[in-house]
Design a binder for this molecule. Sequence first.
Ligand SMILES: C[C@H](O)[C@H](O)[C@@H](O)C(=O)CO
Ligand SMILES: [Mn+2]
Length: 421
Amino acid sequence: MYDVKKGYEAAKEFYAQYGIDVDEAIRIADETPISMHCWQGDDVGGTELKEDKSLTGGIQTTGNYPGKARNGEELRSDIEEAMKFIPGNLKMNIHANYQEADHFVDRNEIAPEHFDKWVDWAVEKGIGLDFNPTYFAHPKSENGTLSAADEDVRKFWVEHGIKCRQIGEYFYKKTGKPCVINHWTPDGDKEVPIDTLGPRERLKKSYDEIFEATKDVEGVIDGIESKVFGIGAESYTVGSHEFCMGYVMKANKDHIIMTLDDGHYHPTEMVSGKLSSIFTFADSVLLHVTRPVRWDSDHVVGFDDETKAIFEELVRMNKLQDTYVATDFFDASINRIAAWVIGLRNTRKAMLAALLQPNAYMKELEAKGDVSARLAYKEEFKAAPFALVWDYYCDQKGVGVSLDWLKDVQQYEKDVLSKRA
Ligand SMILES: C[C@H](O)[C@H](O)[C@@H](O)C(=O)CO
Ligand SMILES: [Mn+2]
């Protein structure tokens, strides 16, 4: 291993030339919570006591890497293993299908106690819990959920949404940390329907009913997530971007915000390009960080141009603290713990990289009209000695410098994952 401290000192000197306080950047990146999604650990299968765990809703995991978690205990132990190598403040994000009742409980009947194992675990670790209704992978989700024309089906899912907000409040009360709920429904159609308005009016009605029935719930923030299409629903998505943005803006309630998932748009449409428009009208957003390859493929987050651009935007707008950052990917083709470690480290890395730029000075240059210097600075910092600061930060947090974590994850695969049937 090279002399990490020496590298940090040299990088500190480099950044100081541009008035950048490396330690302050580390502090901010370290304290900003990232909500780590539980569903990478078992391909979104969940822990409900039911036979059929097939994934529906137009999302897909591909691959069959051995060793996926088969129950809540295994999942939490895998999460703990991954967490050893992820620096900074974390929350845990679970889905409603990760309930652990000792008998089958249907989605419209879930209750706080069915999540007590997660709550006890989170309290013991001192972390917050976020939540997601599960409007898919269920026999009643085949012809729509919150937008279903069948009133019994629609009501069933409204009850599920209501239960989820009550559970979110329970998480808040138990952990002392606000619970961020992401509301996503896959409802859509393979062909453009003749009636495109009816399903959207029903979805609006359902959200209204969920929020009205739970208006006294405390400590919950609700993200409304849009999507362009899903597998099998290629032509029409009820909860489109325009629908969700319209819903959030019209609701005009502090707790109802937009969720922007960077896999949920046309391939050339960038979330980084949307953030300032949204922040012109909204005080906060929920971000789902993923890596779409040609579609919403949910590849492991990379330290790629778009991830970096998203965090640059947030830092430059001074909106990082107003953004609920969550990861959302599911890759079953590689070691699932490695997937978490790589994706979560890259998310934090992009955040730190954005903080290590002369943002205030570049803004000044732009305001003065010195656009040549603006471009020169932008380009120069792409090759700044960022990795030396990142390595130092990881060293300080004891999460493994560079690839140190890899051999431990491989060992865990040998000792634990490979023994799972
Ligand atoms: C499993 C999650 O609910 C899901 O990933 C959702 O957030 C989404 O992005 C669906 O495409
Ligand atoms: Mn998402």
